[in-house]
Design a protein around this ligand. Structure first.
Ligand code: PMP
Length: 352
């Protein structure tokens, strides 16, 4: 740290992304990416857009926003496109939390929530998950602040049914509830359909997982048009060209190629259930997942040892050194071939 770094950032602990190894042939199951390439239409439109990179991207992202809105069956004034869903989440912390309105989120959830609160110098409260790692909606009902819930949650994969989300949103119309649906396409039901009824609800989603575009950085928020107008003010005050032209083009292509998207989600769900069954046969305990990953532990081997031994065999999963979850590993669901290699590696580790 230089001596010039502002005091306000001196204690900042940045978010630690999963490893992105540069070399070798590894089975990469550590950052919840899709094993499938982006849709061909996405690649085609992105390359066409590369021809005009001398020009700034469209700050209004008109075509992409309209197509996203159409896909979700909402009005285009209800959508804001962002640089990954991380950007919309940061905007939401900036827009709807302050000294009087803390951010409230589960103590085991997406690690970035805490970092967004810290970097924006905002108060926050973490609410423990239940013993079975599910979110207890009752614990949030009387909390005053802006609530952030990942659904399905990460790194557990546990999904909160829509009636529980509705109970949370309807319990207090005077506070914002953000539902982070980064993993919703792998078996959950989106809260977007509740937007007609509740003007205190914000839903965020991403193209990084189910639409195979993690490297393009594209996400979005959906809410009332008044909330979107607040968020647009933040966007135009930080980075008006927040989504680059190639990414916007890829997004349009991905949304157009709906069949490919559906097929890929179906394959991931099948591979998840297959992997879960194999892990259970090997004595693992797996949490019920509606995401593109499994959270699993085995009493015969510590979470850290399994992570390390898998890494030695060229299989990368994610391990979190946090007290309550340190015996678990989070395993991204890849192609069937990748999951077979993963299971074979686990077997050989347990037998050695
Ligand atoms: N929310 C959750 C729960 C996540 O796990 C992630 C991915 N790390 C994100 C949001 C952000 O994803 P992206 O910025 O790639 O859209």
């Amino acid at each position: 740290m230089s001596k010039f770094f502002s005091d306000k950032y001196k204690n900042l602990i940045p978010y630690v992304p999963g490893e992105q190894p540069k070399i070798g042939k590894i089975v990469k199951l550590n950052t919840n990416e899709s094993p499938f390439p982006p849709s061909k239409t996405a690649i085609k439109i992105a390359s066409e857009k590369a021809e005009s990179l001398n020009l700034y991207s469209d700050p209004e992202l008109s075509e992409l926003t309209a197509l996203t809105a159409k896909t979700l069956d909402v009005k285009k004034e209800q959508v804001i496109m962002t640089n990954g869903s991380d950007e919309i989440l940061n905007f939401l912390f900036m827009a709807y939390c302050d000294e009087k309105t803390p951010a409230i989120f589960p103590n085991i959830s997406y690690g970035f929530y805490k970092v967004f609160a810290e970097i924006n110098n905002l108060p926050y409260k973490e609410i423990p998950l239940r013993e079975d790692f599910s979110v207890a909606v009752d614990d949030y009902i009387n909390e005053n602040g802006t609530v952030f819930i990942a659904n399905p949650n990460a790194p557990t994969g546990i999904y909160l049914p829509l009636n529980e989300i509705e109970r949370l949103v309807s319990s207090n119309p005077n506070r914002i509830v953000v539902i982070d649906e980064a993993y919703i396409d792998f078996g959950g039901e989106s809260a977007v359909k509740l937007l007609d009824k509740y003007d205190n609800l914000v839903v965020t989603q991403t193209f990084s997982k189910s639409r195979s575009m993690a490297g393009a950085r594209l996400g979005f928020g959906v809410a009332s048009k008044e909330i979107i107008s607040d968020l647009m003010s933040i966007k135009y005050s930080t980075n008006p060209y927040n989504v680059n032209s190639m990414t916007a083009g890829a997004g349009i292509g991905a949304l157009t190629d709906d069949e490919y998207f559906k097929q890929n989600c179906k394959k991931i769900i099948e591979n998840r259930e297959w992997t879960k069954n194999r892990l259970n046969e090997l004595g693992f305990e797996t949490l019920p997942s509606k995401a593109n990953f499994l959270f699993a532990k085995n009493d015969k081997i510590s979470g850290k040892t399994l992570y390390e031994k898998l890494k030695e065999r060229g299989v990368l999963v994610r391990h979190f050194d946090k007290e309550r979850i340190k015996e678990y590993n989070r395993i991204t669901i890849g192609s069937h071939e990748q999951m077979q290699i993963f299971i074979d590696s686990v077997k050989s580790i347990l037998e050695s």
